[in-house]
Design a protein around this ligand. Structure first.
Ligand SMILES: *[C@@H]1O[C@H](CO)[C@@H](O)[C@H](O)[C@H]1NC(C)=O
Ligand SMILES: *[C@@H]1O[C@H](CO)[C@@H](O)[C@H](O)[C@H]1NC(C)=O
Ligand SMILES: *[C@@H]1O[C@H](CO)[C@@H](O)[C@H](O)[C@H]1NC(C)=O
Ligand SMILES: *[C@@H]1O[C@H](CO)[C@@H](O)[C@H](O)[C@H]1NC(C)=O
Ligand SMILES: *[C@@H]1O[C@H](CO)[C@@H](O)[C@H](O)[C@H]1NC(C)=O
Ligand SMILES: *[C@@H]1O[C@H](CO)[C@@H](O)[C@H](O)[C@H]1NC(C)=O
Ligand SMILES: *[C@@H]1O[C@H](CO)[C@@H](O)[C@H](O)[C@H]1NC(C)=O
Ligand SMILES: *[C@@H]1O[C@H](CO)[C@@H](O)[C@H](O)[C@H]1NC(C)=O
Ligand SMILES: *[C@@H]1O[C@H](CO)[C@@H](O)[C@H](O)[C@H]1NC(C)=O
Ligand SMILES: *[C@@H]1O[C@H](CO)[C@@H](O)[C@H](O)[C@H]1NC(C)=O
Ligand SMILES: *[C@@H]1O[C@H](CO)[C@@H](O)[C@H](O)[C@H]1NC(C)=O
Ligand SMILES: *[C@@H]1O[C@H](CO)[C@@H](O)[C@H](O)[C@H]1NC(C)=O
Length: 443
């Protein structure tokens, strides 16, 4: 909404939005915000925020919105609430947006950088007048350029060469990624999301770009907005357990390949959201399937603030499955396995009978296996890849209807499994189709 919202200092209501279904059925494309919009930053204690300013609106209204909102944003984010700033969302799509182009066809990287420098310098002047501590504490730092992806109408390398970071106020090189689109023809759970090859190809575009940029800057390259299918996800795909499995594979692949941050995008009513905070006409309040993928990723990575964790990709040479290793101080601690063959709980599989599974075997590093007492297993499980509820991680449900999202240990799910390490340091585990597991090495 950042590039749609204009500011009205006399507006009493926080946000007034109007829909134009020709442009989007999902969100208002004309938005006016008033000063009380910024009260929302006091809702959550101990959380830091990035505020995104409007770059899309050009001319007087764009300028007035920027200088009208900068003082309110910097004041609302005082008292340690400020993380970073953003200006403009996906400017590489401004000329081609299906919600209506906002720049002429000749607008190129040079023009974008000129506009960026002009507006960030304007912001800095207004912040200097209203919140000088932001400057003195070196917190005038951006996520940029927040491009929609690679291969759109502006090129990140050319943008960098044109001087985007002339003022040295960029903290993270931010690009966005989706595996495909919500209404893109041919998109399926198995073919698009539960498909390691498609995840690898999708991330490869960013790794290529990041490698080229590495010659020019050592700033971290991140995916500041990402999820399964753009335009808020597709029902039956992005809100399914299959998407949770995709999320585990995607996030761990990014961690293993040096993407320095991954921000899973969500919002109210979004079909790929991890949770829906309020009941609406369009979506029930509750914990959604992708949340369980996040829980597994967080468990696998462990506490990154106090541990020296690194993640390696264990390519299994298959579209349908992959594995990752987590090391702490260089010692193997955990292995994650994601089995992504679709098992549809509604139809079963083409072969009648029990749910198929796959056996995975790993040989532990020889300098470690003598000390490993055993290997415990935590599973990410549901009735099938099409399930949108009934999901557990290590036997716990986080569903809203149980304890309002707090973890609840279910009695009907297997946990506390242990697998043995053989004499020659091998461990084997069965992983049912459409499920994932973490092997924890016990010392
Ligand atoms: C939406 O498109 C239809 C058909 O092109 C048109 O008649 C209508 O005026 C448009 N609505 C708006 C709000 O632009
Ligand atoms: C906020 O963080 C401080 C310092 O870590 C802590 O003492 C306080 O309890 C936290 N407040 C809430 C509401 O979490
Ligand atoms: C400003 O935006 C309008 C569309 O909203 C576009 O027609 C015009 O060319 C833009 N001007 C510049 C200089 O970007
Ligand atoms: C953008 O267009 C201008 C005018 O045609 C040109 O001088 C400039 O080199 C172009 N910038 C890039 C990065 O291509
Ligand atoms: C931004 O551009 C406008 C119009 O060219 C100019 O008047 C203004 O001084 C510029 N601001 C900064 C901070 O460069
Ligand atoms: C997986 O994705 C790749 C790359 O997009 C594609 O070529 C392949 O057909 C997909 N596999 C399946 C089973 O759909
Ligand atoms: C990444 O770069 C390599 C080597 O230059 C190239 O072969 C490959 O096609 C590129 N992949 C993508 C997805 O851009
Ligand atoms: C949301 O619900 C309202 C009211 O039922 C309906 O008019 C609107 O089309 C729905 N929007 C979406 C994106 O389904
Ligand atoms: C983190 O672990 C790696 C080995 O994986 C080691 O090379 C590095 O020095 C460690 N870093 C710190 C800060 O301990
Ligand atoms: C699962 O099977 C049902 C019944 O055939 C079908 O409607 C649904 O689309 C399938 N789901 C997926 C994700 O393939
Ligand atoms: C999962 O399958 C079990 C056994 O068939 C059934 O009792 C349960 O209701 C199913 N859960 C969901 C959410 O469909
Ligand atoms: C396990 O128990 C929960 C809570 O009672 C129930 O919702 C779920 O369907 C059960 N799952 C299976 C696989 O039977």
């Amino acid at each position: 909404m950042r590039d749609y919202a204009t500011f009205d200092a006399s507006q009493k209501i926080a946000l007034i939005g109007s829909f134009n279904f020709n442009r989007s059925k999902d969100y208002p494309t004309t938005i006016s915000i008033g000063p009380s919009y910024f009260d929302s930053y006091s809702t959550w204690p101990n959380v830091t925020f990035l505020h995104g300013f409007n770059l899309g609106k050009n001319g007087t209204i764009g300028h007035d919105t920027l200088v009208g909102t900068v003082p309110l944003a910097c004041k609302a984010l005082s008292n340690s609430k400020l993380a970073y700033w953003q200006l403009g969302n996906e400017p590489d799509l401004y000329k081609t947006s299906s919600q209506g182009p906002v720049r002429p066809s000749w607008w190129n990287e040079t023009d974008y950088v000129e506009e960026w420098l002009n507006k960030t310098r304007t912001m800095k002047q207004v912040i200097q007048q209203n919140c000088p501590e932001v400057i003195t504490q070196n917190k005038f730092q951006f996520y940029a350029p927040s491009f929609g992806g690679t291969g759109n109408s502006l090129n990140l390398i050319r943008t960098w060469a044109a001087g985007l970071d002339t003022d040295r106020d960029i903290a993270f090189i931010d690009s966005h990624n989706y595996i495909g689109g919500a209404t893109q023809p041919g998109v399926t759970l198995q073919g698009t999301l539960m498909n390691h090859t498609s995840t690898v190809l999708s991330v490869a575009k960013h790794l290529n770009e990041s490698n080229l940029l590495a010659a020019k800057t050592d700033l971290p390259y991140i995916l500041g907005e990402t999820n399964s299918l753009y335009n808020e996800g597709a029902p039956g795909l992005s809100n399914s357990f299959g998407a949770a499995l995709w999320g585990v594979d995607f996030n761990l692949y990014c961690a293993a390949t040096g993407i320095r941050r991954v921000h899973m995008h969500q919002g109210t009513n979004y079909r790929y959201a991890s949770w829906q905070p309020v009941q609406t006409a369009n979506e029930t309040l509750g914990t959604k399937a992708p949340y369980y993928g996040n829980i597994m990723v967080a468990t696998f990575l462990g506490d990154l603030t106090s541990n020296n964790v690194s993640v390696s990709d264990i390519e299994l040479g298959s579209t349908y499955q992959n594995a990752y290793a987590a090391y702490v101080n260089g010692l193997l601690q955990r292995i994650a396995i994601i089995q992504m063959r679709a098992f549809n709980s509604t139809t079963g599989t083409t072969t009648s009978g029990p749910r198929p599974s796959e056996t995975f075997s790993f040989r532990l590093p020889s300098n470690q296996n003598a000390n490993v007492k055993g290997v415990s297993v935590q599973r990410l499980m549901a009735n099938g890849s099409d399930a949108i509820t009934g999901i557990t991680f290590d036997g716990y449900s986080y569903n809203w209807e149980l304890e309002q999202g707090k973890p609840v240990l279910l009695q009907n799910v297997t946990r506390n499994e242990v697998v043995q390490v053989t004499q020659n340091g091998e461990v084997s585990v069965d992983v049912p189709w459409s499920s994932a597991a973490i092997l924890n090495l016990e010392w």
